[in-house]
Design a protein around this ligand. Structure first.
Ligand code: PMP
Length: 407
């Protein structure tokens, strides 16, 4: 019988250690359940060896554990194991696509179309590749409530568009973008569809093929897993023809002094000794999430989100929240309090044991569009409770009362 989500906190040693901590920064990084921490420790205590290289039993076992982790992650997103590439994080995954695909395929005047709510991880790699290839970056604009302006796609999606890069869920607004719908029209003009899944993979069921994307990237550390490990999923038929991003051991076919041939995917994209323990830890996190059920995770966060928004609306009129109000919104609340700077609000909350993030959240174009330099962001996850929200609201009221003459 799965446990009620309100009781999961005890599975997380850090949260158990600090019972007074209200951790509302899971969009930046999540806490880790004991099972993940133990999977890492067990690997080092019982299996540690160089993988895919040694002829000895321990190496074969470690290699098998790493490949088993790949199969688990494939199951997690409804993909084939050979389409799952282990990388360090979403940032590295998106750089891999931009460099490996972009440098080979983009030409002067080609268009890279990115939404105005992208994280810098899905902007800067494209800027770097645009500089080298002469391609240009254009934006998909937003409606005032923080949804994509889909009507703009008719004019934007010309034959020159070679890449459409889109976040599945905004790390600031929580907006769930209609990826399948955008992917369909983007692919109709022959554009590559690259989805940033950093904020969707941890929180909702994702079947990559149904999204209609060509690439989907996510980070382990935001989905209960270790840091230093993430996944790039790519369509097998695209990976097959994609040149490597990094070169070195483990990714080759044959190497001569002056040239090399490359291994088939996914090995082609995993140069050097991989993060074996972290991949195994991430698989333990994926198993944990699948046991709880991603639908329940989503439902739980929806309930918390609606509860928190209602209380903020009714009890704190000085708080301005951003993001769409509807079912297409994840458990993230960006806000400002009067004219106070976001960092002052976050510091005052921290003094009351509430951990939130303040700043531009690596989305400067979006904040320019919002018209504020920074927001405070409260984000929820599987272990967040109604009591956490209550303590957050009460703490925010104290901040408001303390600063009332400056609001
Ligand atoms: N994209 C989105 C939407 C994110 O929220 C984040 C993390 N804040 C990233 C990309 C980058 O993730 P990482 O730092 O793990 O590479």
């Amino acid at each position: 019988m799965p446990k009620a989500l309100e009781n999961l906190r005890q599975d997380f040693p850090l949260l158990a250690r600090y019972p007074e901590l209200v951790y509302l920064n899971s969009a930046a990084t999540s806490q880790k359940p004991l099972r993940v921490i133990e999977a890492l420790a067990r690997y080092y205590k019982e299996q540690n060896a160089s993988i895919h290289r040694g002829a000895y039993t321990l190496s074969a076992q470690a290699s098998e554990a790493y490949e088993e982790a790949r199969r688990t992650l494939a199951r997690f997103i409804g993909a084939q194991a050979h389409e799952v590439i282990f990388v360090r994080n979403t940032t590295e995954a998106l750089n891999l696509v931009a460099y490996a695909w972009g440098l080979r395929n983009l030409r002067e005047g080609d268009v890279i179309l990115l939404s105005e709510m992208e994280h810098h991880a899905n902007l800067v790699p494209w800027h770097l590749v645009a500089e080298r290839t002469g391609a240009v970056v254009r934006g998909i604009p937003l409606h005032p409530e923080g949804r994509l302006d889909l009507s703009s796609l008719k004019d934007l999606l010309t034959e020159r568009v070679r890449v459409v890069g889109l976040t599945h869920v905004s790390n600031v607004l929580g907006t769930v973008n209609p990826v399948a719908q955008v992917a369909q029209v983007a692919r109709a003009v022959g554009a590559l569809v690259v989805v940033d899944g950093a904020q969707s993979a941890p929180h909702m069921p994702v079947r990559v093929r149904e999204l209609g994307a060509d690439f989907y990237a996510f980070s382990g550390h935001k989905m209960l897993g270790p840091t230093g490990i993430g996944v790039l999923w790519g369509r097998a038929e695209i990976l097959q023809n994609l040149p490597p991003f990094l070169g070195g051991g483990g990714m080759i076919g044959e190497v001569y002094l002056d040239r090399s041939t490359y291994a088939a995917p996914p090995a082609r994209f995993e140069a050097g000794t991989p993060a074996v323990a972290e991949a195994i830890g991430l698989a333990a996190a994926a198993e944990y999430l699948m046991e709880v059920g991603l639908n329940r995770v989503w439902q739980h966060e929806q309930e918390l989100l609606q509860y928190a928004l209602k209380r903020l609306d009714e009890e704190l009129p000085e708080v301005r929240t951003f993001g769409p109000r509807g079912a297409d919104r994840g458990g993230v609340i960006p806000f400002t309090l009067g004219h106070l700077h976001a960092h002052d609000v976050a510091t005052a909350l921290d003094q009351q044991g509430i951990a939130v993030r303040a700043g531009h959240h690596c989305a400067q174009p979006l904040h320019r569009w919002l018209g504020v330099p920074a927001t405070v962001r409260a984000s929820f996850y599987i272990y967040t409770t109604h009591e956490d929200i209550d303590r957050f609201i009460e703490a925010l009221k104290k901040v408001r009362d303390f600063f009332k003459d400056w609001l």
